[in-house]
Design a protein around this ligand. Structure first.
Ligand code: SF4
Length: 209
C-alpha cells in the first residue's frame, strides 16, 4: 500500500471545477478541499463551526481518494481550519507532487511549516475569538491578508501587524450577513487605506459553491 493510500484526513466537503469567489485569486478555476473541524467559533461562520461544529460533516478520505477527484490545476484547501490537521504539510506536498498549485485559507491560529510554494490566505479571527490569536509567523508567511469587515473596528485591532504586511495584498471583505452596511464601511476604510482592496464573495452572488 502506498503512503498516499495510508494517509487520511477528515473532510467537510470537496467540490471541483468551480471558481475562487474572493480575494487575490478571484475568478480562477479551482477545486476545493474543505477539511473538517475548527475550534475558533466565529459567530457568523458560514461553514457551520460557530458552535464548534458538532454536527458538521466529517468523512475520512485517503490522499489517494482526494487526488483522484481533482479536476483543476489549482486546489484550495480550506475548512474549517486546515492547520489543525497534522497531515496538512503532507497533503500539500502530495498535491504539489501532482503538478498542481495549492492555496490554503486559514485563521492563522495554528502554525505548521508547509511547503513554501503554497499560497496562504490569512484571515485573522483573534478580534472575534480572544483564545485564538494569529501565530506570529503567519504575518511573515501569508501571501495575502483578508479581513472580514462587520463593524469597521477590525483593522484597529491589528494595527501593529498591518505595518508589517504593507508588501502583501490586503483585502477587506464584507461579512455576508451585514453586507450592505459593511460595504459602506469598507468604502470609507479604502479612502483611508487606498492600497487595500474590496473583496466580494462573488460565488454567493452567482450561486456557485
Ligand atoms: S475560523 Fe473560519 S471555519 Fe473557523 S469558525 Fe471562524 S469562520 Fe468558521
Amino acid at each position: 500500500m502506498s503512503i498516499q493510500e495510508v494517509l487520511q484526513v477528515p473532510i467537510h466537503e470537496t467540490f471541483q471545477s468551480t471558481v475562487q469567489g474572493e480575494g487575490f485569486w478571484i475568478g480562477a478555476l479551482v477545486d476545493f478541499i474543505r477539511l473538517s473541524g475548527c475550534p475558533v467559533r466565529c459567530s457568523w461562520c458560514d461553514t457551520g463551526y460557530s458552535d464548534g461544529g458538532a454536527n458538521a460533516p466529517r468523512e475520512i478520505k485517503s490522499f489517494t481518494e482526494l487526488i483522484k477527484e481533482l479536476q483543476s490545476s489549482r486546489v484550495v484547501i480550506s475548512g474549517g481550519e486546515p492547520f489543525i490537521h497534522k497531515q496538512l504539510p503532507q497533503l500539500v506536498q502530495a498535491l504539489l507532487d501532482t503538478d498542481r498549485q495549492v492555496n490554503i485559507e486559514t485563521s492563522g491560529a495554528f502554525w505548521q511549516e508547509i511547503p513554501s510554494s503554497a499560497w496562504i490566505t490569512l484571515s485573522p479571527k483573534h478580534h472575534l475569538s480572544p483564545s485564538y490569536p494569529v501565530k506570529e509567523l503567519f504575518w511573515e508567511r501569508a501571501n495575502e491578508i483578508k479581513f472580514v469587515i462587520s463593524t469597521g473596528q477590525e483593522l484597529e485591532f491589528y494595527n501593529d501587524y498591518l505595518l508589517t504586511v504593507k508588501d502583501r495584498p490586503i483585502f477587506l471583505q464584507p461579512e455576508w450577513n451585514v453586507r450592505d452596511r459593511a460595504v459602506s464601511i469598507i468604502l470609507d476604510l479604502l479612502k483611508q487605506n487606498p492600497n487595500y482592496r474590496l473583496s466580494l464573495q462573488t460565488h454567493k452572488y452567482i450561486g456557485v459553491a
